[in-house]
Design a protein around this ligand. Structure first.
Ligand code: MF3
Ligand code: CO
Ligand code: CO
Length: 248
C-alpha cells in the first residue's frame, strides 16, 4: 500500500528532512583525515538530537550505529568503528532522522582531501544521476521513469548501477511502498500521485555492478573493490512536479 500524506504529515516530514539536511551541512566540517567513523557517528547523533530529531537508523533491525558510514568500495550500511578516515577516501554518510513520528532519509558522498579527477567526476555524476531521477517526478509519472532516467545517465557516463538495493517510499516508517529501483523502463511500474514521498537513492560503481555482503552481515561492498558512490534525497510528489524535503 502506498500512503498519501496529508498537509499536516508533509509539514512534519519537511521538518524531519530539514534537520537531516542541516546535520549533513554540519557534519561535513568534521570529515577529515584522522577522525574515526565512530567519532563521526557520535557527532551526527549529537547534532541531530540537539535539533530535536532522532537518529532512527540506530537499532533499526539491530543496526549498531546512528548513521551508515561506508568508505570507498563499501556501497551501503557501513558500521561505525575505529576505522580512521584517510586522505583520498570517499565517505558515504547515510542516515535517517525521525521527528514527531515521521522519517527523512538523506545520503551524501564526501570526498576527503585530494582524489584523481576521475574520482571527483564519478562522485559528481552520481549526484547528477540522483537529480536526473528526481527531475522526472510528477503526478502521473511512473516509478520506472525514475529508474530509467537514473540508469540512462549512469550508463552514458560509464558507471554501473547497483541493483540489489533500491529507493523506497517513506513516511511513519523508514521503508514503505513502493520500491524505487535505480533502473527500469519508461512508462512502467506504479503511478506517482501527489502526496507520495519517495527516497531517491542511486548507488553507482566505477567498476562492475556486482556486490557482496561483508562478514558483519550488514555492509555491502563491490565485488571488484571498485569505488561506489551514493546520494539520497527524500522527495515529495506534487501535481506539477516535486519538492525535495531534505533540503534548505
Ligand atoms: N538509510 C538507509 C536507506 O537509505 C537504510 C539504513 S538501514 C540501517 O534506506 F539499518 F542500516 F540503518
Ligand atoms: Co538512506
Ligand atoms: Co533510503
Amino acid at each position: 500500500m502506498i500512503s498519501i500524506k496529508s498537509a499536516r504529515e508533509i509539514a512534519i516530514m519537511r521538518e524531519a528532512g530539514h534537520i537531516n539536511y542541516l546535520a549533513h551541512q554540519e557534519i561535513a566540517k568534521y570529515i577529515k583525515p584522522g577522525i574515526t567513523t565512530l567519532e563521526l557517528d557520535k557527532k551526527i547523533n549529537n547534532i541531530v538530537t540537539k535539533m530535536g530529531g532522532i537518529c532512527s537508523c540506530y537499532n533499526y533491525e539491530g543496526f549498531p550505529g546512528h548513521a551508515c558510514i561506508s568508505i570507498n568500495d563499501e556501497v551501503v550500511h557501513g558500521i561505525p568503528s575505529k576505522r580512521i578516515i584517510k586522505n583520498g577516501d570517499i565517505v558515504k554518510l547515510d542516515f535517517t532522522v525521525r521527528k514527531d513520528g515521521y522519517e527523512s532519509d538523506m545520503t551524501r558522498t564526501y570526498i576527503v582531501g585530494e582524489v584523481e579527477d576521475k574520482v571527483r567526476e564519478f562522485v559528481s555524476n552520481t549526484e547528477l544521476a540522483m537529480y536526473e531521477g528526481i527531475k522526472v517526478i510528477k503526478e502521473g509519472k511512473r516509478v520506472g521513469d525514475i529508474g530509467y532516467a537514473i540508469s540512462n545517465f549512469a550508463h552514458l557516463h560509464g558507471l554501473s548501477v547497483v541493483e540489489e538495493l533500491v529507493g523506497h517510499g517513506i513516511g511513519c516508517n523508514m521503508h514503505e511502498d513502493p520500491e524505487v529501483p535505480n533502473y527500469g523502463e519508461p512508462n512502467t511500474g506504479k503511478v506517482l500521485k501527489s502526496g507520495m514521498v519517495l527516497a531517491i537513492e542511486p548507488m553507482l560503481n566505477l567498476g562492475s555492478k556486482e556486490v557482496y555482503m561483508k562478514d558483519n552481515d550488514w555492509t555491502i561492498a563491490t565485488d571488484d573493490e571498485s569505488l561506489s558512490a551514493h546520494f539520497e534525497h527524500t522527495v515529495l510528489v506534487t501535481k506539477d512536479g516535486y519538492e525535495i524535503l531534505t533540503g534548505e
